[in-house]
Design a protein around this ligand. Structure first.
Ligand code: PRP
Length: 188
C-alpha cells in the first residue's frame, strides 16, 4: 500500500479520496484474467487482442504478458461523443486497427465500463466486421449502464461509482501513470 507521502508525490499534491486498488491487487487480478483468457480458446485458434486507447494502454500491456499463448495485438482510438447511453452502431475511429477482424477471436480490452456509451457504440461496429467471436475484457466495471449490448466476459473489479484515476485512467489527461487506482477528491 503506498503511503500518503508517496501518493502526494506521485499525484503532484492532488487530493486523493483513497487508494481503491493497489498495484499489488491489480497485478494479482490481471494475472488471473490473463490465465483465464489463455485457457478460454482452442489452442490453434487465432486471437486478436484489441486495446482501446488511451485508457487501456497499461492494462493491455500487463494483461497480454499474462496470456501464455500466441496472440496478435492491435489498438483502436474512438472519438469521444460525450455523455449519453444511446445505442448506436456508428462510431468514428481516429485510429483503425491494421488487422482484419474477420474470422478471428477478438478480445476488446477496456480500462473501464462507466456509463456504457463507449461499449454500446463500439460493439455493433466491430461485430459488423465479421469476427469469429467478440468478447470484452474490462479491468473495471461500474455497472451503471441500464443496458449493455454486450456484457464483458472478463471483469477485473466491480468498481465503485467514484472518479477513478491511475493505471491508465485520467483526469484531464493527468494521473495515467499512477501504478495504483485511486479516487480523486471533488474533480473540477
Ligand atoms: C474512457 C475509458 C473508456 C470510456 C468509458 O475513455 O477509457 O473507454 O471512457 O466510459 P463510458 O462507459 O462512459 O463510455 P475516454 O473517452 O475518456 O478516453 P481515454 O481512453 O483516452 O481516457
Amino acid at each position: 500500500m503506498p503511503d500518503s507521502v508517496e501518493v502526494r508525490a506521485r499525484t503532484g499534491g492532488a487530493e486523493l479520496e483513497r487508494v481503491v486498488y493497489t498495484a499489488e491487487a491489480i497485478a494479482t487480478r490481471v494475472y488471473e484474467m490473463g490465465h483465464e483468457i489463455g485457457a478460454a480458446y482452442p489452442e490453434s485458434d487465432p486471437i486478436l487482442v484489441l486495446g482501446l486507447l488511451k485508457g487501456s494502454f497499461i492494462f493491455m500491456a500487463d494483461l497480454v504478458r499474462e496470456i501464455a499463448r500466441p496472440v496478435t495485438l492491435d489498438f483502436l482510438v474512438a472519438s469521444s461523443y460525450g455523455a449519453g447511453t444511446v445505442t448506436s452502431g456508428e462510431v468514428r475511429l481516429l485510429y483503425d486497427p491494421e488487422n482484419t477482424l474477420e474470422g478471428k477471436h477478438v478480445i476488446l480490452v477496456e480500462d473501464i465500463v462507466d456509463s456504457g456509451t463507449t461499449m454500446n457504440r463500439l460493439i455493433p461496429m466491430l461485430e459488423a466486421r465479421g469476427p469469429r467471436t467478440l468478447e470484452v475484457c474490462a479491468l473495471l466495471h461500474k455497472h451503471l449502464a441500464p443496458e449493455l449490448v454486450k456484457e464483458p466476459k472478463w471483469v477485473g473489479f466491480d468498481a465503485p461509482n467514484e472518479f477513478l484515476i491511475g493505471y491508465g485512467l485520467d483526469h484531464s489527461e493527468n494521473f495515467r501513470n499512477l501504478p495504483f487506482i485511486g479516487s480523486l477528491r471533488t474533480p473540477e
